[in-house]
Design a protein around this ligand. Structure first.
Ligand SMILES: Cc1cc2nc3c(=O)[nH]c(=O)nc-3n(C[C@H](O)[C@H](O)[C@H](O)COP(=O)(O)O)c2cc1C
Length: 400
């Protein structure tokens, strides 16, 4: 949502990874941003401007002296229009030219003339990357407020293996979203989100788990980040990638989650418990694998896990989830009161398109005053923003 109607200048430079910028341009455009691609002359050797023009439906610029007529003085117009400039891939050459303040092409001039935040996603051979000259140039740019999306490690087109691969599109996209959202309505707020389903060991190879995918909690963490919050995500095991710009703490069991939450909330303004935390755990987890015995049945003794939300004290805003298969609202209201919550998100988990392990959710929001709001079926990021709208209102009402 943070990308909608934003002006993004996407700089593309002469790296073998330039083709990956097409995917980034596509995702930015799909998210509603107006993407103006500025290519260096070298970049046009690797990928045609036509590719970007077709993806963004906007003119693509590569020369200061042969600019499309839309802009009067193009580098100034782009520099002023931009909400953010992202250069992906960024060559060693552009990094050096920017660090030195050189203005010998349209991209350098645009960066020099802008007041918008600038993000660099470097891509180059491992030796070029590790060269102290490149590192010093980057350090200089970081000190000037440039944001650097660290490259990944792996096999390169040149045959080498090491650091210098362009970061994944999702990481670059996440950084752009974080930078754009930094002045949002949760700026300055510290938000703790839990996600995923805890696993309670039976023995070293087996556990009791649940069907939570973590998608709702991760969507909440990313949405809070995109509204300017400082976010800690406490994650039970999931297959999801760590969100960019979010401090992620990995836990496995309910007891570990309890400790991580109690550690994190001391400085938090908001706690959102989206994780599916086991209510019971095996009383005596085997230290060695339990062998199949001759008896047909076996009995596991279970003990209660602590109720984390009830243990969290203090004036922070507390949001819980109620995953229910019957009496949705009644059960959710009871949970809200019992745990002293400010808001509860009631989830009907019997529907195929809502609840566990799907990309959409259908929820009812119930606040401490008993107000109910039934949301339509929405993608989980959309649900996350609707929940955060309510959190922002509660924070304002509490004058926090
Ligand atoms: C096949 C090929 C691949 C290249 N890949 C990279 C690269 O990944 N990163 C880099 O910094 N330079 C790379 N270069 C070198 C740059 O293209 C060169 O430094 C150029 O001057 C960069 O210009 P620009 O920064 O204006 O785009 C490559 C060159 C060639 C011929």
């Amino acid at each position: 949502m943070v990308l909608r109607d934003k002006s993004v200048v996407l700089g593309v430079t002469g790296s073998i990874a330039a083709y990956k910028a097409a995917d980034l341009a596509s995702k930015l455009t799909q998210a509603g941003a107006a993407v103006d691609v500025v290519m260096t002359r070298a970049a046009t050797e690797f990928i045609a401007p036509l590719t970007f023009r077709s993806i963004t439906h906007r003119p693509v610029s590569s020369s200061m002296f042969n600019a499309p007529t839309e802009y009067e003085i193009e580098h100034i117009a782009l520099a002023e229009r931009a909400d953010v400039i992202a250069i992906a891939p960024a060559t060693a050459d552009i990094i050096a030219r920017l660090a030195a303040g050189i203005a010998d092409d349209l991209l350098c001039c645009t960066v020099l003339a802008t007041r918008a935040p600038v993000i660099l996603a470097p891509a180059m051979n491992v030796n070029m990357w590790e060269n102290p000259i490149t590192q010093e140039n980057l350090e200089r740019l970081r000190a000037r407020g440039f944001r650097v999306v660290e490259p990944g490690y792996g096999a390169m087109a040149c045959g080498a293996t090491g650091a210098g691969r362009l970061a994944d599109t999702e990481r670059i996209l996440g950084t752009i979203q974080q930078v754009l959202g930094s002045g949002g309505d949760l700026a300055g707020k510290c938000v703790v989100v839990t996600a995923g389903g805890t696993q309670e060991p039976i023995d070293p190879v087996r556990h009791i788990g649940n069907r939570s995918s973590g998608k709702m909690g991760y969507a909440l963490a990313e949405a809070a980040r995109d509204r300017g919050a400082e976010v800690t995500l406490i994650s039970a095991p999931t297959s999801l990638a760590e969100p960019v710009g979010v401090e992620t703490v990995h836990v496995q069991t309910a007891l570990e989650m309890r400790q991580a939450v109690l550690d994190a909330v001391s400085t938090a303004d908001v706690l959102i418990m989206a994780a599916a935390v086991a209510d019971y755990r095996p009383a005596n987890a085997g230290k060695t694998k339990i062998k199949k015995e001759s008896a047909a049945d076996m009995t596991l003794e279970l003990v209660r896990t602590p109720d984390i939300l009830s243990e969290v004290k203090g004036g922070l805003v507390k949001v819980g989830f109620a995953a229910e298969s019957e009496d949705l609202v009644k059960n959710a209201v009871a949970k809200l009161k019992e745990k002293g919550l400010d808001l509860i998100v009631a989830n009907d988990i019997t529907a195929a398109d809502s609840g566990f392990d799907v990309d959409t959710n259908r929820v009812v929001l119930i606040d401490g005053k008993g107000n109910q709001e039934e949301l339509p079926l929405l993608p989980k990021p959309g649900v996350a923003h609707r929940i955060l709208d309510r959190v922002a209102d509660i924070l304002a009402a509490k004058k926090m």
